[in-house]
Design a protein around this ligand. Structure first.
Ligand code: ATR
Length: 281
């Protein structure tokens, strides 16, 4: 990478942030496209967030990504929000144009793009079960409802949090039939009927052998999506594959949230296979 006096900067802010795969993915994309752009990571403590965002605006960076724990607060610091970022109440990508900060959320869209690009699956009219009701789930259920999924069931250990997401979907997407269940409810039938099952909990992270639900309910008709990306192959994914289901892991969602951010910042088509290789290596 050759940094010059005209190099455009994009970055990620989070705390912690050193584990982020986004710098490798985006720098590979800039290099392969011959762009004079660079992507760096900044660890920003919560009490420094307002100053950091003001600084990025003052420096005139081209844009930035936002990760934990800043996604909600940044939604309040930008000048404008995309429709989905407004509904989700969280931002993972900011576009900076003429000093204006526009907040987007490409997390849920990343999942939808991955489903269509990787296995040709379109959620419109489909039945979906989502496990989890935290920040990631919120972005995912909004994207699913926005894309026209017909029936959505949200299952969470703490049912109150699932109920809040149900209200959010009902308020903004009346065509989607949505309901919530606690993890102790009998959700076997909803799983059997589902086209797509998404794990949006942290269960299975870092090689834990547990799964968010009884994988004996999975059949060859299902698509199973695990947003956990460490490890690549979670217990849920390998058991789903063994039962004949199509299975996709969180690195695919990470890839496509990144390609969406690249396109927002640069206005160019993202070099998907270059970014994919960078994520893998
Ligand atoms: P994220 O931003 O990654 O979504 P989060 O907001 O902390 O993180 O949400 C984590 C999700 O994983 C929640 O749905 C959480 O369930 P609770 O709402 O009941 O806390 C779920 N989760 C985490 N550990 C879990 C476990 N051991 N069993 C079941 N669900 C779990």
């Amino acid at each position: 990478m050759n940094i010059t006096g005209t190099t455009r900067i994009v970055c990620i802010i989070g705390d912690p942030v050193s584990h982020s795969l986004s710098p490798s993915m985006h720098n590979a994309a800039f290099a392969s496209s011959g762009m004079d752009w660079a992507y760096v990571a900044f660890r920003v403590a919560p009490e420094e967030l307002t100053g950091a965002v003001a600084g990025l605006r003052a420096l005139g960076v081209a844009g930035f990504n936002v990760t934990m724990p800043h996604k909600n607060k940044v939604a309040q610091l930008v000048d404008e929000l995309s429709d989905e970022a407004r509904i989700i109440g969280a931002v993972n990508t900011v576009q900076v144009e003429n000093g204006m900060l526009v907040g987007h959320n490409t997390d849920g869209v990343g999942l939808l793009h991955s489903l269509s690009a990787d296995i040709g699956f379109n959620v419109a009219g489909k039945k979906v079960v989502v496990f989890g009701a935290g920040g990631a789930s919120r972005a995912i259920v909004v994207a699913l409802a926005q894309a026209g999924c017909a029936e959505l069931t949200i299952v969470n250990r703490t049912q109150d949090k699932a109920d809040i997401l149900v209200d959010l979907v009902r308020t903004h997407f009346s065509a989607c039939q949505v309901g919530a269940l606690g993890v102790n409810a009998d959700y076997a039938e909803v799983i059997r009927q589902a086209d797509l099952i998404v794990n949006a909990t942290s269960v299975g992270m870092h090689g834990a052998e547990d799964t968010p639900f009884d994988t004996g309910l999975i059949s060859g008709n299902h698509i199973v999506y695990d947003i956990v990306y460490d490890p690549d192959e979670t217990a849920l994914l390998s058991r789903a594959r063994a039962r004949g289901a199509k299975a996709l892991g969180g690195k695919r969602m990470l890839l496509y949230q990144g390609t969406a951010a690249f396109e927002i910042w640069t206005g160019r088509k993202a070099p998907v296979s270059i970014m994919e290789t960078a994520l893998r290596t």
